[in-house]
Design a protein around this ligand. Structure first.
Ligand code: S3P
Length: 423
C-alpha cells in the first residue's frame, strides 16, 4: 500500500469543547471556525443550549456562533453529556461557580467513568455534589460562592486541571494545581492567558491561576486535531511507499508526544509552515513510511500522548522487538477499558501483547494480522485497528467502525482516500 496526497483532519476535539465553553462564559457573540462537528462536540453544544446559551447548529465547514449573557442559566432538564468525559468534567467546573442545581448524566460508557477525581476538589472549593452513583454519573451539583484551592492532583489529567481552572473562573477565586507525572494538554491555560487571566507555571510544577481577566466575545479558528491526524500518520508510517501531508494540524507540544515516540522508532515525521493562531501552534504534518524498531514509552511521556496509545501500540506491533508503555493504568477509565481491550484485540489479531501490572508490552511481528476486534464503542480502538487493517493481506474485522464518529467524522473515507495499492 502506498500513501499519497494532501489531506485534512477534523477540528481539534479538546479545543472545540473549550471554545464552546468559553463562548458560553463570554458576554456577546463569539464565532468559532473549523470546529469539530462530531458527536462529542454536539454534546457540549446541546448541554450549553440547555443552560441558556444560544449555540448555532454544528455543521462541517460552517462557522459556529455562540450568543451568551456571560453566565449560565438554570438548566431546563437533566444535562446529558453523551459519551463525552471532557464535556462532563469541564462543565462541572463551570457549574461550581453558579448558584443553582444541575443534574448531569451520560451514556452507558460515560456513566462508568470516575467523577470523584473532580467532585472531591470541587467540594473543597465549596460546591455541593449529591445523588452521585458511587464514583459515577448521574450526579447533581449545586454551585455558589467558592473558596480558592491549592491542590496537588492525584492523577495527571487535563480534564481535572481544566475543571478546576474553570471553577476558578466562574467562582472568581485563585486556583493552584500540580500534576504528579508529566504535563497534560494545556489548551485551557493558553485560552485563559489569551483572555488576560494570570496563569503562571513554576519550576516545581505548580500552575497558578489568578482571576485577573474577563472573557470577552471572540473569533477563533480551531486547528486540525493531532489525535485524529495520528491515525493517518500511523497508516503512512506502516505503508510501503509514498508520502502524506496533513495540513493545518494543531502541534501544541503537550499534544505531539506521539511524534517523538515515532521518531525514536525510526520514522521521520516533520512539521512544516508552523504558525501561531489564538495561542496555539499549527503546522502541516508530513510523513513517510519507515522501518520501525521497538521503544519504551516512559511514564512521564504518557500525559502528552494519552489518546495516541492505541495507535502507537498498533504501530509497535510492526516494529522489531518488544515495546513497553509504562504506567498506562489510566487507560482503564477511558471511553472503554482501553488497556485490557487493546491487549486483547492485539492478541485476537495474532500479536503478542500483555498487560503487566500498569504496563503494556507489545511484541513486534511481520505476520499478516487477522482477527476480530471488539471496540466496546470506543472510537480510538476502532480507528487504531482500522490502521492495522491497512497492512497488505490483513483481515482485521472491527465490530463497530461507526463509533469513530465520536471524534473523526468520515474517518473510513479519509483513510481510504490517502491509500492506493502498491504496483
Ligand atoms: C482531554 C483530556 C484527556 C484526553 C481526552 C481529552 C481534554 O483526558 O484523554 O480525550 O480535552 O482535556 P484526561 O484529562 O482524563 O487524561
Amino acid at each position: 500500500m502506498i500513501v499519497e496526497g494532501v489531506t485534512r483532519v477534523p477540528g481539534d476535539k479538546s479545543i472545540t469543547h473549550r471554545a464552546l465553553l468559553f463562548g458560553a462564559l463570554a458576554r456577546g457573540r463569539s464565532h468559532v471556525g473549523g470546529a469539530l462537528t462530531s458527536l462529542d462536540a454536539r454534546s457540549s453544544a446541546r448541554v450549553l443550549r440547555q443552560l441558556g446559551v444560544d449555540v448555532s447548529p454544528l455543521q462541517s465547514e460552517r462557522l459556529v456562533t455562540l450568543a451568551s449573557r456571560g453566565r449560565l442559566a438554570r438548566p431546563d432538564g437533566v444535562l446529558n453529556c453523551g459519551n463525552s468525559g471532557t464535556t462532563t468534567r469541564l462543565l462541572l467546573g463551570m457549574l461550581a461557580g453558579h448558584a443553582f442545581a444541575a443534574r448531569l448524566t451520560g451514556d452507558a460508557s460515560l456513566r462508568r467513568r470516575p467523577m470523584r477525581r473532580v467532585t472531591v476538589p470541587l467540594e473543597h472549593m465549596g460546591a455541593r455534589i449529591s445523588d452521585m452513583d458511587g464514583d459515577c454519573l448521574p450526579l447533581t451539583i449545586r454551585g455558589g460562592r467558592l473558596r480558592g484551592l491549592e491542590y496537588p492532583m492525584p492523577v495527571s489529567s487535563a480534564q481535572i486541571k481544566s475543571c478546576l481552572l474553570l471553577a476558578g473562573v466562574t467562582g472568581r477565586v485563585p486556583v493552584a494545581l500540580r500534576e504528579p507525572t508529566g504535563r497534560s494538554r494545556d489548551h485551557t491555560e493558553r485560552l485563559l492567558r489569551a483572555f488576560g487571566h494570570a496563569v503562571t507555571e513554576t519550576d516545581d510544577g505548580w500552575i497558578r491561576f489568578e482571576p485577573t481577566g474577563r472573557i470577552e466575545a471572540f473569533d477563533m479558528q480551531v486547528p486540525g486535531d493531532p489525535s485524529s491526524a495520528a491515525f493517518l500518520v500511523g497508516a503512512a508510517v506502516l505503508a510501503e511507499g509514498g508520502s502524506l501531508r496533513i495540513s493545518r494540524v494543531g502541534v501544541n507540544p503537550t499534544r505531539i508526544g506521539f511524534l517523538a515516540v515515532l521518531r525514536r522508532m525510526g520514522a521521520a515525521p516533520r512539521l512544516e509552515d508552523e504558525e501561531l493562531t489564538f495561542g496555539e501552534p499549527v503546522a502541516d504534518l508530513v510523513c513517510e513510511p519507515a522501518e520501525l524498531r521497538a521503544t519504551e514509552v516512559r511514564a512521564e511521556e504518557i500525559p502528552g500522548l494519552i489518546d495516541e496509545i492505541p495507535l502507537l501500540a498498533v504501530v509497535a506491533s510492526r516494529a522489531r522487538g518488544t515495546s513497553v508503555f509504562r504506567d498506562v493504568g489510566e487507560l482503564r477509565v477511558k471511553e472503554s477499558d482501553r488497556l485490557g481491550l487493546m491487549a486483547g484485540n492485539l492478541r485476537a489479531c495474532g500479536v503478542a501483547a500483555e498487560v503487566c501490572g500498569e504496563d503494556l508490552h507489545v511484541e513486534g511481528s511481520e505476520r499478516v494480522p487477522a482477527g476480530r476486534v471488539r471496540t466496546a464503542g470506543d472510537h480510538r480502538l476502532a480507528m487504531a485497528f482500522a490502521v492495522l487493517g491497512t497492512l497488505p493481506g490483513a483481515k482485521v474485522r472491527i465490530d463497530d467502525l461507526q463509533c469513530a464518529d465520536v471524534s473523526f467524522p468520515r474517518f473510513p473515507e479519509t483513510l481510504r482516500a490517502i491509500r492506493r495499492r502498491a504496483r
